[in-house]
Ligand binder design. Structure first.
Ligand code: TA6
Length: 299
């Protein structure tokens, strides 16, 4: 597959003042969406990866590693990686890449729409989709409409029912991980990935004093990240998502991962809009499923 040509894409799909394509300093083609209210989002064609979302009032809402590159073939650390068509380890083939094939694969531009709610629609390269070993296809829709709305649309192109787990694995920027509180999951059951997958509950909002890696089930509601250090609350609303994953790697795992930059783990928290753990989606032949995250920052 030939590398996408930013100038050609801009000619065909650019929308003056709303959607533009260019070559990023990170080493790949990106689309920039600009809304009438001044909100701006940047999306890489590699991985269908939202890299940035900023508003005039809140500033940059997402976190992206200072070491992020689009041209290494490795998953980008930060932004909103697309975990598809499985979350975490492959259900039966441990040698397959964690979090599926989509986040390192090429995506093609399908359509754009102009303001006041600029929109970009991408499709996962068909060869990459087939490499997942499923008959599933994927499209990603990114819209700026008073919030950043990201929808992952999966279609079963096959003749048999298909299983899907997925996540919009969103990394949010925070003043300091020790200062933030994640609310909206109190009392919900979660799989503790750090304690042999035991099922637990907590009546309290989540605070961070070490590594946290939890897959919440029965969690369809909005989750909030309160950050007094930045004087803002990030609201992560959702549709088509039964699971919420909350993760911070803390010191040791961040050191093992090696791609968060110095003290990077202190500046980020993941609140992921997912269907993971026991929340497996079964798609009938020809059926589609849409997983949507709608992200707002309130100051
Ligand atoms: O979202 C939580 C998680 O599954 C963690 O267990 C951690 O592995 C994280 O995803 C990042 O995974 P990655 O493959 O991007 O390094």
């Amino acid at each position: 597959m030939t590398a996408p040509d930013a100038a050609d894409l801009d000619r065909r799909f650019g929308r003056p003042g709303a959607v533009a394509f260019a070559v990023s300093t990170l080493g790949g083609v990106v689309a920039t969406l600009t809304a009438a209210d001044g909100a701006v989002a940047t999306v890489a064609l590699t991985g269908g990866h939202v890299l940035s979302y900023a508003t005039p009032a809140a500033g940059e809402v997402l976190w992206l590693s200072p070491l992020a590159r689009l041209d290494t073939g490795r998953a980008v650390r930060g932004g909103i990686p697309v975990c598809w068509p499985w979350f975490g380890a492959h259900p039966s083939e441990p040698a397959r890449p964690a979090h599926g094939v989509a986040r390192t694969a090429p995506w093609q531009v399908v359509a754009t729409a102009p303001g006041p709610a600029p929109r970009l629609v991408l499709a996962l390269d068909q060869q990459a989709a087939r490499a997942s070993g499923t008959d599933l296809s994927a499209q990603l829709e990114v819209t700026l409409a008073g919030a950043l709305e990201v929808s992952l649309v999966t279609r079963n192109e096959g003749a048999a029912p298909a299983r899907l787990t997925a996540a919009l694995h969103s990394y949010f920027g925070v003043s300091d991980i020790g200062a933030v509180t994640v609310g909206g999951l109190e009392g919900r059951p979660f799989i503790d990935q750090l304690d042999a997958g035991r099922s637990k509950r907590s009546a309290e909002p989540i605070r961070f004093a070490g590594e946290v890696d939890r897959i919440y089930q029965e969690s369809p509601d909005t989750v909030t990240i309160d950050d007094p250090g930045l004087g803002r609350r990030i609201e992560v609303a959702k549709r088509g998502s039964a699971s919420t994953v909350v993760w911070n790697p803390w010191v040791d795992k961040a050191a093992r991962l090696g791609d968060l930059g110095p003290d990077g783990f202190r500046r980020m928290v993941c609140v992921e809009t997912a269907n993971a753990g026991g929340d497996v989606v079964t798609l009938a032949p020809g059926a589609t499923h849409t997983l949507t995250a709608s992200i707002r920052a309130v100051t």
